[in-house]
Write a protein that binds this ligand. Structure first.
Ligand code: ZN
Length: 332
C-alpha cells in the first residue's frame, strides 16, 4: 500500500533532523584491553597469529609485545547482550537513545524491516593490553528512499569513533543498515482491501549451487546431495565433495525422519512474517546429514535434545515452501 504523501513528507522532515546527531552517552569499555579476551576471541575466530597470543613470538615481532587483533575494536566497548535493566529487580529501562527513537519512528510509518548491509572499519593503531577504550556514535547519514529487493527503504549510516585513554582516535567503524518497508506481493496487496497483507518471511538465498534443492522442496521432496565418487552425503548443497574433492554428485531422497541435535528459541528481534517464539532446530536426519529448519507442534519447554522428529514440506506463503519438523512419538 502506498503511504499517504503528507505523512511521508512529515516522516522525511523528521528523519532528516537525526542526521549528525550524537547517539547517547559515550560507551566506556568495562575492561582494559587484556590478553584473556584476546585469547578467547582468537580461539573463536580461529586466528592463530602468534603476535596476539604468544608473548615470546610477539616480543620478537615488530610490535615488541602482545597486541589485540584490530577487528576486535568494537568488542572492547560492546554492551552486554542482556541489558542490565532487563534483569530481575533492576532499575527501569532507560529512555531510548536517538538511534532507537529514529528506528521506532520509521517502524511506526511502516518501515518495520531492518538488515545490516555494510561495515567498514579503519584502524589507526594496534591496541595493547592496558589500553582503555571509549566509543562515541553519530548518525552520519540517511539516504534518500531507495527501492531494494526487500522493499523500499532508507540506508542509515552510523559511525563509531574509538578513542584511547589519551583521547586519541584509534579507529572508526561505519555501520550501515537498511530500514525498509517489507515488499508485499502485488496480488496480495490488490486483494487485501479489508485486512492488510501479512508480511512475508525473508526469501532464502537461491543460486546456481542450490536451486535444485529448492526445486525438490517445491515438488515435496527433501533431497540430500551425494558424492558420486565416494558416496559421502552433504548438506547444505555445494559444488565439491569435502571428502574426496569430486565435483560429480547425485541426490538421494530423505525419508524426513531424524532426531533433534540442537535448537535455539528466537524471541527477539521479531522480524515481520515469522511467528514467535520461533524454534530453529538442527536435525540429524536418519540418512546421516544435518539440516536446519523450524520445529513446530510443541512448546519450547517441551523440546528435548535427541527427541525424534519428522519433516513435512509446508507452504508458508503463496510462493514459498519449507521443510518443517514436528516431534514424533517413538515408533509413531
Ligand atoms: Zn566424495
Amino acid at each position: 500500500m502506498s503511504p499517504d504523501p503528507k505523512q511521508q513528507a512529515e516522516l522525511e522532515s523528521r528523519i532528516r533532523a537525526y542526521v549528525g546527531v550524537d547517539v547517547g552517552e559515550p560507551w566506556v569499555a568495562p575492561d582494559a584491553v587484556n590478553e584473556a579476551m584476546i585469547r578467547h576471541w582468537c580461539v573463536v575466530m580461529g586466528d592463530e597469529n602468534p603476535v596476539y597470543r604468544d608473548p615470546v613470538a610477539a616480543e620478537k615481532s615488530v610490535h615488541g609485545g602482545i597486541v589485540a587483533p584490530p577487528a576486535m575494536l568494537l568488542t572492547w566497548v560492546m554492551p552486554p547482550y542482556i541489558p542490565p535493566w532487563s534483569l530481575p529487580g533492576a532499575e527501569n529501562e532507560p529512555a531510548p537513545n536517538q538511534e532507537v527513537e529514529l528506528h521506532r519512528l520509521m517502524s511506526s510509518h511502516g518501515y518495520t524491516g531492518v538488515v545490516g548491509t555494510n561495515c567498514e572499519d579503519e584502524y589507526h593503531r594496534y591496541l595493547r593490553p592496558g589500553d582503555r577504550i571509549t566509543a562515541t556514535k553519530v548518525i552520519e547519514a540517511i539516504s534518500e528512499e531507495k527501492p531494494t529487493p526487500l522493499g523500499v527503504g532508507y540506508f542509515i549510516d552510523v559511525r563509531y569513533v574509538f578513542r584511547d585513554q589519551h583521547g586519541a582516535v584509534v579507529g572508526t567503524e561505519l555501520f550501515r543498515v537498511l530500514k525498509y518497508r517489507p515488499a508485499q506481493p502485488a496480488q496480495a496487496v490488490a486483494s487485501a482491501a479489508a485486512a492488510p497483507a501479512k508480511p512475508r518471511r525473508l526469501r532464502p538465498p537461491r543460486g546456481h549451487d542450490n536451486a535444485w534443492w529448492w526445486e525438490g522442496i517445491e515438488r515435496g521432496e527433501l533431497l540430500i546431495q551425494k558424492c558420486s565418487a565416494c558416496g559421502a552425503l552433504r548438506h547444505p548443497p555445494r559444488p565439491m565433495c569435502g571428502r574426496c574433492q569430486s565435483i560429480e554428485w547425485e541426490t538421494v531422497a530423505s525419508g524426513g525422519r531424524g532426531t533433534l541435535h540442537s535448537y535455539t528459541v528466537l524471541h527477539h528481534p521479531q522480524v515481520p512474517g515469522y511467528d514467535y517464539p520461533l524454534v530453529v532446530a538442527l536435525v540429524d536426519l536418519e540418512e546421516g546429514t544435518r539440516l536446519v529448519a523450524n520445529l513446530v507442534g510443541c512448546k519450547p519447554d517441551e523440546i528435548r535434545i535427541g527427541m525424534p522428529v519428522a519433516c513435512r514440506i509446508e507452504s508458508v506463503d503463496e510462493e514459498l515452501k519449507l521443510p518443517v519438523f514436528r516431534p514424533t512419538r517413538v515408533g509413531g
